[in-house]
Design a protein around this ligand. Sequence first.
Ligand code: PEP
Length: 271
Amino acid sequence: MEPGGFSPRVTNPESRTMRTPFLAANWKMFKTVDQTVAYLHEFCALAADVAGAEIVVAPPFTALRAAAEVTRGTNVGIAAQDCYWEREGAFTGEVSAAMIKDAGAGYVIIGHSERRRLFGDTDDWVNRKLNAVLANDLTPIVCIGETLEERDANQTLAVLDRQIEAAIAGLTHAQIGSLVIAYEPVWAIGTGRNATPAQAGEAHAHIRARLRGAFGQAAADACHLLYGGSVKPENIKDLMALEDVDGALVGGASLTAASFFAIVTGAVSSV
Ligand code: PEP
């Protein structure tokens, strides 16, 4: 453990920037239980020899238990795509972090732009969900990112500041080190248009600097920053070459095992 109390995901303690590559597949509302099991059998066989990467797949809630069973004892973790902050109660349609943990998942995506845009998730909700996830010893993957209008209005960094500040309000230094934050420009999600290396590099460096300013070097260095938005096997290496990009949150290109595996190997071979 570091003095801050967290176990940073660092491959090489000599180098502050050598965080273990982290690749997460966000399936959104795709795949039945049978399709999930078939994919994971194929993917786990492909990825069995991959070392030095944290690999996570996020199926729909209905397939979490089956996914956790198929991946038990493998190098592939399972994430939920959202959660509710209460443990249980009269909240029709919601699923708590405790239930997600009980289903066998180890991670939860929070604040995805589709949740914010289509279902009304606010910065405050993201904070509540994040606290619930941490309280259940799950790893949060917190999504932030600007819309095209906000980028065109030169508000990108201000939007990221607002989203980060609200999401992590009240967290301890130790909790910051265990976070995974995904920078996902909304205009790049599912559009085939990804941020240029300069745009992604600027946003990631800004997020890291912001965390460093608020929580210190060790916590900021331990935190994983993912890029998300039309990541493909063809562009993963350029993204991973950026100093503050530690991995990717992948939507469309993660829906076939071969394509997600190509992204994983591309990421691992570029560090
Ligand atoms: C996502 O769903 O988080 C995402 C980045 O999607 P895509 O890779 O399809 O742009």
